[in-house]
Design a protein around this ligand. Structure first.
Ligand code: FAD
Length: 567
């Protein structure tokens, strides 16, 4: 491993493009997270990798490339053959960095090791390291710790960064920024931190294991269950904000924001809980108001003549428990399933309306396979994040095709039962399963936490391949000419792109500059999230707990770099 890393360093030092190209497989990748490009980039052929690395090395000298002690593993990969992988460290002129490399041994006589994946990632900006771990603040230094209650006196507070949204995304970026000594204020429209989870339906539990979900600096208690309830998440966010000393103002809204191009700062107006207005001049605004835009509200003919109760899934708070209530849930993504399950266990007669097909995977053993890197007794979480992010998306898609086949085998009875019940399933457009659906579209799948069994047992009925034609009184008529009577109609047809929430928070000019959010760009990196958006001083934070933990750090580093004039 050290030999390969040494050859890479010397090829770079000598600007020897041919030698660099020889170090990579024809389908090898180099992925960079800030270390050498100040962006998230994926380069996908030996020629592009060599050109990209040489250009980057011209900007940032790279030295001290060393495999981490005891990190190298050699094993037989299921599809690739003999594989060696290791994390490594290196430095540039501005940063200390880590990386991860996976080498494959040639099957010919040469026995050469070439890189399949090569990942470089910034850890710390030199001289501005995160105040954590070995660099925790001295006892006498309270800078950066402001009690939550003090944030109420924010009239005099003019933060460098304003974060809008105090969900886990907003709080993790605030914690990271505070650890880099950046004054940060978080505002949220809700009354209490955690209300974004607290106000959801009672049966909500997380769909990923706790080991994958820890927030930065402060893991969940080790006595907590493997799948957290919404109450635990809600309470933990409040505890986290308090323990990390974050400045959070609740019941507070952003009224307007204008960017001053000359002074590189915003003029922001926020509305305090008592209705008074406050002007702030942050250098940066981070929008962390959730991963989607508005709820989709399809036009349904006759909706004004509907005699039942119409609820959009995002507003569904549960509690519709009167037995015998006839409910139709439109949409079969995660929300549709959760609402249908909640209604059914409350005694309602539930039908789900499925227009096309849905990727369904068991929470265990299925979905858990995708998070196998994370375990309470396994590798440290920072190593798991490094190894996980070292896979560029084209490789993730390839690996997930293989994994999806294995999961489908394990979920054979579940999937057959669903098909028998008339529910259409799929594995994604290229058979790469639920995780790539999440990355590409943010939906179109369901991790089964019990609703599928209710469908298989016939307790929840399925109406498949049709749409609602019209409503009249309590009657819902479908496009196939059939109809049914319902008391409650729940519409769970997803959400618009997050760019819509940028538009409503920041206005058209900013939204147009930012463009589409989420989904993958031409190189296979996530669009606009956690990176430059096209609007100076404006950033987007969000995603799953597992994403927010590492990407909050990357975003904080980019903001710090601008604050200290490095970028
Ligand atoms: C059933 C279910 C299970 C899930 N399981 C998992 C899981 O296991 N792991 C996981 O990582 N994710 C899970 N999720 C997804 C998770 O809910 C979202 O990804 C997550 O809530 C996104 O976090 P966020 O901080 O970006 O946004 P949110 O949690 O939506 O927080 C946004 C915050 O911004 C505030 N806000 C919005 N607009 C404004 C405004 N204009 N002004 C001020 N404040 C504003 C809101 O009040 C809210 O507090 C699950 C979701 C569901 C429904």
């Amino acid at each position: 491993m050290q030999d390969w890393l040494g050859r890479l360093a010397s090829a770079l030092a000598q600007a020897d493009s041919a030698a660099l190209r020889r170090l990579f497989l024809a389908d090898g990748y180099w992925r960079d997270h800030l270390a050498l490009t100040w962006d998230f980039r994926t380069f996908g052929s030996p020629a592009l990798i060599a050109a990209g690395l040489m250009a980057a090395a011209g900007r940032h000298s790279l030295c001290g490339v060393r495999a981490e002690e005891g990190a190298c593993k050699v094993f037989e990969h299921r599809t690739r053959g003999m594989t060696a992988e290791s994390s490594f460290t290196f430095e540039t002129d501005v940063a200390t960095c880590r990386g991860h490399v996976r080498l494959i041994r040639a099957s010919d006589d040469s026995g050469d090791w070439r890189a399949w994946t090569f990942f470089t990632s910034m850890e710390d900006i030199k001289g501005f390291e995160e105040r954590a771990g070995m660099r925790r603040p001295r006892l006498t230094n309270h800078h950066g710790y402001v009690k939550k209650s003090d944030a109420g006196q924010a009239n005099t507070l003019d933060p460098q960064v304003l974060v809008v949204g105090a969900g886990h995304a907003g709080l993790t970026i605030a914690a990271r920024l505070s650890a880099l000594n950046i004054d940060t204020l978080v505002i949220d429209r809700e009354k209490q931190i955690g209300d974004n989870w607290r106000n959801r339906y009672q049966s909500l539990i997380l769909h990923n294991e706790t080991a994958a979900n820890h927030l930065p600096f402060l893991p969940f208690p080790s006595t907590w269950p493997n799948y957290l309830s919404k109450e635990q998440m809600a309470d933990w966010l409040g505890i986290y904000a308090s323990a990390m000393g974050l400045n959070v103002k609740t019941s507070t809204n952003l009224i307007g924001a204008e960017y001053d191009e000359c002074r590189h700062r915003w003029l922001v107006q926020i509305k305090n809980p008592d209705g008074s207005l406050l002007i702030l001049h942050p250098h940066h605004i981070v929008q962390a108001t959730g991963v989607f835009g508005k709820q989709n509200r399809p036009t349904i003919a006759g909706v004004d003549r509907f005699a039942g109760q119409l609820i959009y899934a995002g507003d569904y708070a549960g509690g519709l428990t009167s037995p015998g209530v006839r409910a139709l849930v439109v949409g079969t993504g995660s929300s549709g399933h959760d609402v249908a399950q909640d209604l059914c266990t409350g005694g309602a007669q539930v039908t789900m309306l499925q227009r096309s097909s849905t990727c369904v995977v068991s929470v265990e053993p299925g979905a858990a396979r995708a998070y196998a890197l994370y375990s309470d007794n396994g590798m440290p979480i920072r190593d798991a994040d490094l190894a996980g992010n070292s896979f560029p998306f084209p490789v993730v898609a390839e690996l997930h095709k293989e994994m999806t086949k294995r999961i489908a085998e394990m979920d054979r009875d579940l999937l057959q039962g669903l098909r028998d019940a008339g529910f259409a399933t799929d594995f994604g457009e290229d058979n790469s399963g639920f995780l790539m659906k999440y990355h590409r579209y943010g939906g179109g799948y369901y991790i089964n936490v019990g609703c599928s069994e209710l469908i298989i047992e016939g307790k929840i009925k399925i109406k498949q391949g049709v749409e609602i034609a019209r409503l009249e009184g309590n009657t819902v008529s479908f496009t196939d000419g059939t109809s049914m009577d319902v008391d409650v109609l729940v519409v769970a047809t997803g959400y618009s792109n997050m760019s819509e929430s940028v538009r409503s928070l920041m206005g058209d000019a900013v939204a147009d500059r930012v463009g589409p959010i989420w989904g993958l760009d031409a190189e296979g990196e996530v669009r606009a999230m956690w990176r430059s958006t096209g609007q100076p001083g404006f950033w987007l934070m969000g995603g799953s707990l597992q994403q927010c933990r590492p990407y909050s750090k990357y975003l904080a580093l980019q903001i710090k770099a601008r604050e200290v004039g490095l970028v």
